[in-house]
Design a protein around this ligand. Structure first.
Ligand code: K1U
Ligand code: ZN
Length: 174
């Protein structure tokens, strides 16, 4: 996706839902119209991700129930990637990496996932593409697809850890 300086200026930071908000558990719907609203949503997601210091963000996290996610492992507006209606086609291997989540602030833990993924998706203009990823990029794409399916990285942790995370977030809110 070509992004101009005026696109960046005209994009905005959206509020991020925090666990245990029930809408984080919703399954997002496929995008059906590839129009200017979709492009604007992608820009807003990117701007929000950069502002919050993330390497990925899914529309579910900003309370938009559409299957769109963004990633950039290189820093602010360096290598933005947008995936519309992503489908995990192939996975291989295994890796355990530390993950964080903008919807689970200030909590990091190790998650085991496939180390190699192949994903198909559409860009904001409706062109289909295929992406292969390994390492942190592979974990990040899987983490974001999980969001679109109403799943959080803390779901992979023990029950005890999940209770502690909820307690920590409840304390932080009060
Ligand atoms: O989905 C999100 O909330 C974004 C999340 C994505 C992610 C991070 C690490 C592994 C898998 C998925 C974040 O970016 S949280 C911030 C963070 O953990 C991080 C930021 C910069 C470099 C590395 C990690
Ligand atoms: Zn997340």
């Amino acid at each position: 996706m070509e992004i101009s300086d005026s696109d960046k200026l005209n994009s905005k930071v959206l509020p991020i839902l925090v666990h245990p908000h029930p809408n984080l558990r919703m399954v997002a719907l496929p995008v059906e119209e590839f129009n200017s609203d979709l492009r604007q949503l992608a820009l807003n997601l990117l701007h929000t991700m950069y502002e919050e210091g993330g390497i990925g963000l899914a529309a579910t996290q900003v309370n938009v129930q559409l299957r769109i996610l963004v990633i950039d492992l290189n820093g602010s507006w360096k290598a933005p990637q947008v995936f519309v209606n992503p489908v995990l086609k192939y996975t291989d291997g295994s890796q355990t990496l530390e993950e964080g989540c903008l919807s689970v602030p200030d909590y990091y833990d190790e998650v085991e996932r496939p180390s190699h993924v192949k994903v198909t998706a559409y860009d904001v203009y409706g062109n289909e593409f295929e992406k292969e990823a390994t390492g942190l990029e592979a974990s990040c794409i899987q983490h974001e697809i999980d969001h679109l399916n109403g799943k959080l990285f803390v779901d992979y942790l023990s029950r005890l850890k999940q209770i502690r995370v909820r307690q920590k977030l409840r304390k932080a809110r009060s």
